[in-house]
Design a protein around this ligand. Structure first.
Ligand SMILES: [Zn+2]
Ligand SMILES: [Zn+2]
Length: 392
């Protein structure tokens, strides 16, 4: 690391550039695998900074390579580019111009701060090796990371570790939260279709009431988390949809229950799936109803490796001061597509505070959310320093 290193925080023109890019991305949100404008702009900027650019990886993914010195070592830094199908309620000048689409998760900011790091490292970076800048599509789908991996991300661009960061409303601006091991849960979805026998509301004895059966199943499913696995494990099971084809005076012949479960390990996923199926089968059999059960794995858990977590922690403490870094942060039951990359490479996913009060505290995926621009120089400095530390 050099005393002369020009950190983005000291570089007003870079900070302004990152704000301009961020506002432009915010105005032009694109959904997963449709990030054509965003990816083209990312690729053009990386080329302008002098990087070797590869486009169309896993659909709309972009990879930029920056090499220095003779070292063979390489690390990957990942940002996500996709927006959400949410109608923005903000009225500021950079609000979404695409109706029904919005950067409500701050991926506009993640992309801009990684671009800022690319420019900063290209201009003044002191490191030896290769930095692989990964701009992935479709994080919100939980499909973009896999698409890039299936398209050869780690074979074409060998790297020893991969890192990502996400903003977090409710954490004070510029504070970091880092944790080794499980940080974000896996997400599974389920659907239970109960087929009873429809009948007149006044003649229930002639039918098999799937609403009664569905209600029993919803209640019994509450025991999956509370009574089938060790209380020291974490898990959530939520029935989020109870759909019937009944009318006011007709008992329906079908109920569909849908929902979502979160946990941190394949064993627990398997246990949840098996127990749910047994409960649904038992209750349906007791009432003489037919049923079908499907269970799909959407996101894997995000699990940080110890050495890379240590490396990220050291940079965060150096930049923000130890009092602004939460070590051993609590895991979050939400899910993150980056978990797929961590199944292939060691690495670390960390959180950066978007603000504990004011606009920055508005939750992710809210129509009132906005990424906090004050984080742009913090994130770019974090990436730059991490590269200089990890590729000495
Ligand atoms: Zn999100
Ligand atoms: Zn996000």
């Amino acid at each position: 690391m050099s005393e002369q290193t020009n950190t983005p925080a000291q570089n007003a023109s870079l900070e302004q550039a990152m704000r301009d890019w961020r506002h432009d991305f915010h105005q032009h949100p694109e959904l997963g695998f449709e990030e054509n404008r965003t990816a083209a702009k990312v690729a053009q900027l990386l080329r302008d900074f002098g990087l070797e650019v590869h486009e169309g990886i896993g659909g709309t993914g972009v990879v930029g390579l920056l090499k220095r010195g003779t070292g063979n070592r390489a690390i990957g830094l990942r940002a996500d580019m996709d927006a959400l199908a949410i109608a923005e309620r903000n009225s500021f000048a950079h609000r979404s111009q695409n109706p029904g689409k919005m950067h409500a998760c701050g991926h506009d900011g993640h992309t801009s701060m990684l671009l800022g790091a690319a420019r900063n490292l290209a201009e003044t970076g002191q490191f030896n090796g290769t930095v692989i800048f990964i701009f992935q599509p479709a994080e919100e789908h939980g499909r973009g990371a896999l698409a890039m991996i299936d398209d050869g991300l780690f074979d074409r661009f060998p790297m020893e570790a991969v890192y990502a960061l996400h903003n977090l409303p409710s954490l004070p601006t510029g504070h970091f939260a880092i944790k080794s091991g499980s940080v974000m849960a896996c997400e599974d979805n389920f659907e239970i279709i109960i087929r009873g026998k429809g009948t007149h509301a006044a003649l229930p004895h002639l039918g098999i009431d799937p609403i009664l059966i569905g209600a029993e199943i919803v209640t019994a499913l509450q025991s999956v988390i509370s009574r089938t696995f060790n209380p020291t494990e974490n898990g959530v099971l939520s029935v989020t949809d109870f759909a019937t084809n009944g009318l006011r005076n007709v008992i329906p012949d079908q109920v569909i229950l849908r929902g979502d479960t979160r946990s941190f390990s394949p064993d627990i996923q398997e246990l949840i799936e098996r127990t749910m199926q047994r409960i649904a089968a038992g209750i349906c059999a007791a009432h003489g109803a037919e049923f079908s059960f499907s269970y799909s794995r959407e996101f894997v858990a995000t699990i940080n490796s110890p050495a890379e977590t240590e490396a990220a922690l050291a940079v965060a403490q150096e930049l923000a001061g130890a009092d602004k870094v939460i070590e051993d942060a609590k895991p979050i039951m939400a899910s993150e597509d980056f978990g797929h990359m961590l199944q292939h490479k060691p690495g670390c996913y960390l959180l950066l505070g978007n603000g504990a009060d004011g606009p920055g505290s508005v939750g992710l995926h809210s129509p009132d959310y906005d990424f906090n621009d004050e984080l742009l120089p913090v994130g770019a400095a974090f990436w730059s320093r991490l590269v200089e530390n990890q590729l000495p």
